[in-house]
Design a protein around this ligand. Sequence first.
Ligand SMILES: *Cc1c(COP(=O)(O)O)cnc(C)c1O
Length: 366
Amino acid sequence: MNIPFLSFSYMNQQVKAETLKAFETFFDNQWYVSGKEVENFEKKYAEFSGTKFCAGLSNGLDALHISLRSLGVGAGDEVIVPSNTYIATLIAVTNVGAMPVLVEPDVRTYNIDPDKIEEKITNKTKAIIPVHLFGQSCRMDEIMAIANKHNLFVIEDNAQAHGAFYNGKMTGSFGHINATSFYPGKNLGAYGEAGAVTTNDEALAEKAKMIRNYGSKKKYYNDVIGYNMRMDECQGSFLAIKMQYLNEWTEARQKIGENYSKLLAGVGDLVLPHIADKATHVYHQYVVRTKKRDELQAHLSSNGVGTLIHYPVPPHMQQAYASLNIPKGALPISEEISNTILSMPVYPGLTEEQQQQVADTIKAFY
Ligand SMILES: *Cc1c(COP(=O)(O)O)cnc(C)c1O
């Protein structure tokens, strides 16, 4: 039996009837952008996140960008980001004209190491962007304490961790303003591009909504030079439907993660996910580490099991960021992680039998 790395089949089947009906309503309403469907989703997602406000946006990169713009971060400013993240986190910082300053992760959780943040703070530092990578929350209490002490903004990048908690509080509710993505493959995924910001600060929410709409509050009157970063009405209505299933899907992912960890305990040189104290993990990815990564991936592939590497090249080693001038070897933890990680299939609908097959195929390799 072939096991694809990702499949939407199970989730799609659950929402199909409702979604097709919603599409018809959206189509017939003849209102396609910035309307009551997006507003309804914003209300629901804010409530889910435990924040007062949400602004629906075009995608996750734009959500990070708008967060920085709303806080007034720009040219001459430095922003602390994890060195082990998806490139979008850095691109948002450079696109507002600021400088990303990279901090190494905790090798066990892959998330930014709070103990290494303070040494990177200068008088130019304006903000910290913790990324809840692979679905595990960062150590937010420590990060918020550092930010408060140095008077810095915090923007959570919550693209991979819808529904995760730290110390009983949901990710996306700690920072001054927080960005997320609803790219189709995320835990809550749209049928196309979408993203959002969440915040408890009404002024920031208003600013984000103005910037996403050409810098305009009143039609054809523009207060600032903004962007078109609006969410489509159809994505708002589809996401509101999918949100009803998010807790169930999160539980399904957590069950798969726990089962993999049981089945793979003590196998070969595998390093399994480590969940930090007070954190929860929603398994956007189930990531293992091994010195024989490439061989294991080839073995799984030839046995019909799809895997991916998140990510094969850390941002500082990308051609795009050659200008950062960070030499190979300067961020050894990120480099080690990128050379040894492998992500296993994890999605609602992945059966216990399939999970067993993945584990058996790995065991056969060792
Ligand atoms: C997906 C992702 C983004 C960007 O989201 P898009 O909707 O693809 O623009 C940003 N940060 C992280 C950590 C992501 O995984």
